[in-house]
Ligand binder design. Structure first.
Ligand code: GLA
Length: 373
C-alpha cells in the first residue's frame, strides 16, 4: 500500500505489551470512535507482538492466534474493528521468532501474508528480531512486501528494523509504506528527544509512499504501561506531539485510549498540529539558526509555513528566530502573520524575528503566512 500521508492510528505495544486480548482490542476500537479519534484521522488499530500461540499449527504450518487471549480468532476481532469504520493492523517479524519469542515469518512469508489477508488485515508491522545472521535483511523486507502485494488484500507494510543498515537508503525500494528508523521509545523526555534529534537529518528521505517512523507516541501515558520509564509532564508531551507533527511522521498513539485524559485528547486531536502533520506536500523540516533553542521550519501547501521553537534545555530561555535565516531579510519588506498552533489564535504580524521565552522542555508552534509590511 502506498500511503499518501503519514499513517495515523493506535498500537498496543506501549501500554499493553503482552497483555492484549479480544476485549481490550474491542474496547480500544470503541474508544477510538467514541472519543473522536477516528474522526480526527486515527484509523489504524494495530495489534503488536504476543498475539499468537508459541507454536505454529503442526498441520497447516500457519500462525495461530492465542486461544486464551483471542478465543474468537482474529477474523472476529478484525470484523469488529472494521464495523467501527477503523482499519485493522497485525504484527510479525522478519526473523524466525518475534522480539518476544513468538513465531516469526522467516521462510513463511507467503503463507503468513495469506493468513493476514484472511484475517482482514490492512496493515502489517514487520519487526527484525531473530533474523538469521547470514540472511540479507533488505531481501527479507522485499520478500514480505512481495508476499503482501500478492495476498489479495491491500496491506500497508510497516517495516521495523530500527534504522539498521542505513534503512532510509533502500526501504522505499522494497514497497514498505513506513519504516522505523530508531530503537524503542520509552515514556521519558530523554527518549523522545533523542529519537527525534537522531532523525533530523533523515526526514528528507521520508515522504508519500514511505514515511520515516520514529515510533509510537508515549503522549498521555503518564508512566503507566509497558514502556513506562520516568514519565513526562503535560508540557513534555505537548512538545513530543508537536515534534512528531512537525516531522511529518506516522502518528501512532500508545496510551490507553479507554482512559485518555482530556488534556491529551485535546492535544492529539488539535486540528492545527494535525494540519501540519498531514500536509499534502509532505516536505521535510529544516533546522534554522537562532538563539536559545532549536528552531525547525516546514514549508506547507498553500504558501504557509510551520515554525517550531523548542527548548530542550532544563531552564527557561528566550528563543530568538530571525527571519533572515529563512530568506526574509528586512530588505524584502515582508513579515510573518502568526497563528498559535496550540490555541488556533492569531498572534499578529512579526516583522524581523520572533523572540519569545520558552519554558524548559516546552515549545512554541506557529502556522505562518508571509505578508506585506
Ligand atoms: C521491537 C519493536 C517494538 C515492539 C517490540 C515487540 O522491540 O521495536 O516496537 O514491536 O519489538 O516485541
Amino acid at each position: 500500500m502506498f500511503p499518501k500521508k503519514p499513517p495515523m492510528g493506535f498500537n498496543t505495544w506501549n501500554t499493553f505489551g503482552p497483555d492484549i486480548d479480544d476485549k481490550t482490542i474491542r474496547e480500544t476500537a470503541d474508544a477510538m470512535v467514541d472519543k473522536g479519534l477516528l474522526k480526527a484521522g486515527y484509523e489504524y488499530l494495530v495489534i503488536d507482538d504476543c498475539w499468537s500461540e508459541r507454536k505454529r499449527d503442526p498441520e497447516t504450518d500457519k500462525i495461530i492466534p492465542d486461544k486464551i487471549k483471542f478465543p474468537n480468532g482474529m477474523r472476529s476481532v478484525s470484523d469488529y474493528v472494521h464495523s467501527k469504520g477503523l482499519k485493522f493492523g497485525m504484527y510479525s517479524c522478519a526473523g524466525v521468532l518475534t522480539c518476544a519469542g513468538y513465531p516469526g515469518s522467516f521462510d513463511h512469508e507467503f503463507l503468513d501474508a495469506k493468513t493476514f489477508a484472511e484475517y482482514g488485515a490492512d496493515f502489517l508491522k514487520y519487526d527484525y528480531c531473530f533474523k538469521p545472521g547470514d540472511v540479507n535483511g533488505t531481501l527479507l523486507y522485499r520478500r514480505i512486501s512481495m508476499a503482501l502485494q500478492n495476498c489479495g488484500r491491500d496491506i500497508l507494510l510497516s517495516a521495523c528494523n530500527w534504522g539498521a543498515d542505513n534503512v532510509h537508503d533502500w526501504i522505499r525500494s522494497t514497497g514498505s509504506g513506513m519504516y522505523r528508523s530508531t530503537g524503542d521509545i520509552n515514556d521519558s523526555f530523554k527518549s523522545f528527544r533523542d529519537i527525534f534529534l537522531s532523525q533530523v537529518g533523515n526526514f528528507k528521505y521520508s515522504g508519500p509512499g514511505c514515511f520515516n517512523d520514529i515510533d509510537m507516541l508515549t503522549v498521555g501515558m503518564h508512566n503507566k504501561g509497558n514502556v513506562a520509564a520516568s514519565g513526562c509532564t503535560d508540557t513534555e508531551y505537548r512538545t513530543e506531539f508537536a515534534l512528531w507533527c512537525m516531522a511529518g511522521v506516522p502518528l501512532m498513539l500508545g496510551c490507553d485510549l479507554r482512559e485518555i485524559d482530556d488534556t491529551t485528547l485535546k492535544l492529539v486531536t488539535n486540528p492545527y498540529l494535525l494540519r501540519i502533520n498531514q500536509d499534502e506536500e509532505c516536505r521535510p523540516i529544516f533546522q534554522v539558526r537562532g538563539e536559545g533553542g532549536n528552531i525547525y521550519v516546514r514549508i506547507l501547501s498553500g504558501g504557509e509555513l510551520a515554525i517550531m521553537l523548542v527548548n530542550f534545555a532544563d531552564r527557561k530561555y528566550p528563543v530568538f528566530f530571525p527571519f533572515e535565516h529563512i530568506g526574509l531579510p528586512t530588505s524584502v519588506k515582508k513579515g510573518l502573520a502568526l497563528k498559535n498552533a496550540f490555541t488556533g489564535e492569531d498572534e499578529g504580524v512579526e516583522k524581523e524575528y520572533i523572540r519569545t521565552p520558552v519554558d524548559a522542555h516546552d515549545c512554541a508552534v506557529y502556522i505562518a503566512k508571509v505578508v506585506d509590511l
